[in-house]
Design a protein around this ligand. Structure first.
Ligand code: PHB
Length: 393
């Protein structure tokens, strides 16, 4: 049996991009249907990054998508870069008048899902997109399978692929150029969550001779930390004592407060941008359009920036029949995407120790770090990018 539903915008993916877009469109009176192959519980419990740019927080709070970020999240006014035995603080408000917020992505997702359900959003979990029809015409359709294994057709005026790095919509948008622009890195992050109080006031990004470490946080009682490892490292191969020894050795000068480790994972590093972001009446946003390595904390923020642009373009198209913004969407979005790609690549290459790095490479890298922290221009460049370039009004 096939069920057909009609809506104005079909959104594939209930991550930050898909949910926020449905929220913004609803505000303009534009109906959408959002589907995701995962269950609500899975979406709300998957651990992802934790840093929100000032502009992301402004959008989430101003539109009522998530106000808990202000009460349950915490503002961070700086980060520390540590190398060669010394820490150097980058003071965000002092340099650029903005800050960032530590608020885990899955908490933002809980808020968004609750807000959409309260508003009566047609939001279907366990529903898998399997293909696309008619994206070159004016009745693009998403073909999906429901949790009950029934066929579903969503006929829309526009289709948005917000379905993550393994996007199904991307195949239809990119066609033969599905390969995109791609870069892989010869290292990964070993990440842990542990029960302990914070070891430092702010995040520490440390370049140590044996490799990188990041001391991040989650709350007063839970901490998130990472250290550079091999891409094929097995998260279960190390004992807790070995993990603490590795972390401790990579942040000389700070005594980490240890506690029981209750989650461990290995994060692969990739940079990716789809070759086409739009085809006819379909576009890609968020991880479906691009992936960045986590060192610059840009992933979710870039998804939100895509959505802010797309919301404006879809309002113009669907409310006023004005195609100019949607015609310029791929070009406008790509400017920020490539700036974020550059920043994420730059932070990654500046802070990690590449396998096979020579003495020259190592000394050059320390020279680069010094050039950044010892110059107002260098610190400001980093602070501007980390806290996020302004979003369009
Ligand atoms: C995190 O807390 O998970 C986190 C923070 C900063 C990053 C990446 C990840 O750059």
């Amino acid at each position: 049996m096939t069920t057909t539903v009609r809506t104005r915008v079909a959104i594939v993916g209930a991550g930050p991009a898909g949910l926020l877009l449905s929220h913004l469109l609803a505000d303009a009176g534009i109906d959408s249907v959002v589907i995701d192959q995962r269950s609500r519980a899975e979406i709300e419990s998957t651990i992802r990054a934790g840093i929100l740019e000032q502009g992301t927080v402004d959008v989430l709070t101003r539109t009522g998508a998530s106000t808990r970020v202000l009460t349950d999240g915490s503002r961070h006014d700086g980060i520390e870069l540590r190398f060669d035995g010394h820490g150097h603080r980058i003071d965000f408000p002092g340099l650029v008048g903005r800050s960032v917020w530590l608020y885990p992505q899955h908490e933002a997702l809980k808020d968004l899902i609750a807000a959409r359900i309260a508003a009566g959003q047609d939001l279907r979990f366990g529903t898998t997109a399997v293909g696309m029809e008619g994206i070159d015409g004016d009745r693009p359709t998403v073909i999906a399978t429901t949790a009950e294994e029934e066929d579903l057709r969503i006929e829309a005026e526009f289709v948005v692929g917000a379905d993550g790095s393994r996007s199904v919509v991307r195949g239809a948008v990119s066609g033969a150029s599905a390969g995109g622009y791609f870069r892989e890195y010869p290292f990964a992050w070993f990440g842990i969550l542990c029960e302990a109080p914070p070891s430092a006031h702010e995040l520490i990004y440390s370049n140590a001779p044996d490799g990188f470490a990041l001391i991040s946080q989650r709350s007063a009682t839970v901490q998130r930390m990472y250290f550079q490892c091999e891409p094929d490292a097995d998260p279960n191969a190390l004992s807790e004592a070995q993990i603490w020894d590795t972390l401790q050795a990579r942040v000389p000068g700070t005594a980490l407060t240890e506690g029981p480790i209750f989650q461990r994972d290995v994060l692969r590093f990739r940079s990716f941008v789809a070759r086409e972001l739009r085809r006819g009446r379909a576009v890609l946003v968020g991880d479906a359009a691009h992936t960045v390595p986590p060192t610059g904390a840009k992933g979710m923020n870039l998804a939100v920036a895509d959505v802010v642009l797309l919301d404006r373009a879809l309002r113009a198209l669907l409310l006023d029949g004005d195609e100019r913004l949607i015609d310029g969407f791929a070009e406008s979005a790509s400017h920020r995407i490539w700036k974020a790609q550059h920043f994420s690549w730059w932070m990654t290459s500046m802070l990690h120790v590449a396998p096979g790095a020579t003495d020259f490479d190592r000394r050059r890298q320390l020279g680069e770090l010094r050039s950044v922290v010892e110059s107002d221009a260098g610190r400001t460049f980093l602070a501007e990018a980390y806290t996020g370039w302004p979003l369009p009004e």
